[in-house]
Design a protein around this ligand. Sequence first.
Ligand code: UDP
Length: 322
Amino acid sequence: MRILITGGAGFIGSHLAETLVNKGKFVTVIDNLSTGSVENIIHLKKNKKFKFYLGSILNNKLMERLVSGCDIVYHLAAAVGVKYVIDNPMESIEINVKGTENVLEKANKLGKKKVIIASTSEIYGKDRPGIKSFKETDDRLLGTTTISRWSYSCSKALDEFLALAYFREKKLPITILRYFNTCGPRQTGRYGMVIPRFVKQALLNKQITVYGDGKQTRCFMHVKDAVRATIDLANSKVAVGEVYNIGNPQSISINDLAAKVIKMTKSISKIAHIPYEKAYEKGFEDMRHRKPDISKIKKLIGFKPQHIMDNILKDVINYYKD
Ligand code: UDP
């Protein structure tokens, strides 16, 4: 089995590459290092079954070569992070829309290769009364187009529509995975993700920057759980043409998360509440609560997250201490 991972030098991509190489698979990674890093895959480079290409998924020639040489594509290359998307709206839309179009087009043309599409819980948009957790078939509720954040949800939704269209019209085998907040070693806080930011702030005894009132809640999943679910779904025939949530339904408020990080790092940091508009952009909208309904993935592959919040934080703290 020869595997191509787009965005394989990124946070989830590098863990996926590592796991697949350890399983004895031939893994090729393409990454333009816009948000990924060579550091994430440097330890894999000496393995004969691993190859890294520095390049863009928009490069037609390179993509033709890489897709024709593989049996399956894990398409993870995308703009990541709320902050990154707000700071780089053009690049984010372009890479999500044109990049995915290119991957699907090549996979279809060069032997109908299976494509695993990494999507996101941002797809669901804002939470709303009456909905406690998001199911794959739920409606989506987005804000206006002048708020950049929502472009990410739209561009990823277009990826999903296109992948499903390829499945229906061309019989291209695809599976769509909607990752909820995923964390672990190698994740950087540079693009806005809360856990690496809090851990770094706490280790440096700096202010912990809680945005808004901190009563918003999220459900965090260890990247190891995400990778296991990703591979199991990619190996499933039943998952073809389907969309799956991948997440850990245990929820925590951002205030509680900040307190936990301070306690676990034995930090003397204090919590500072920062208005959203100062942290992101004017008119910024956050979702108050976001929780995955994982009954669909549980039914198919028996998925059950194995790592609780404390494990996730322990691993991230050790990573940053190193
Ligand atoms: N957040 C925060 N401080 C930070 C970074 C993020 O309070 O330094 C908040 C953010 O506003 C959101 C939550 O933490 O309510 C999760 O943010 P993240 O960007 O990690 O993920 P997402 O917003 O996509 O759920």
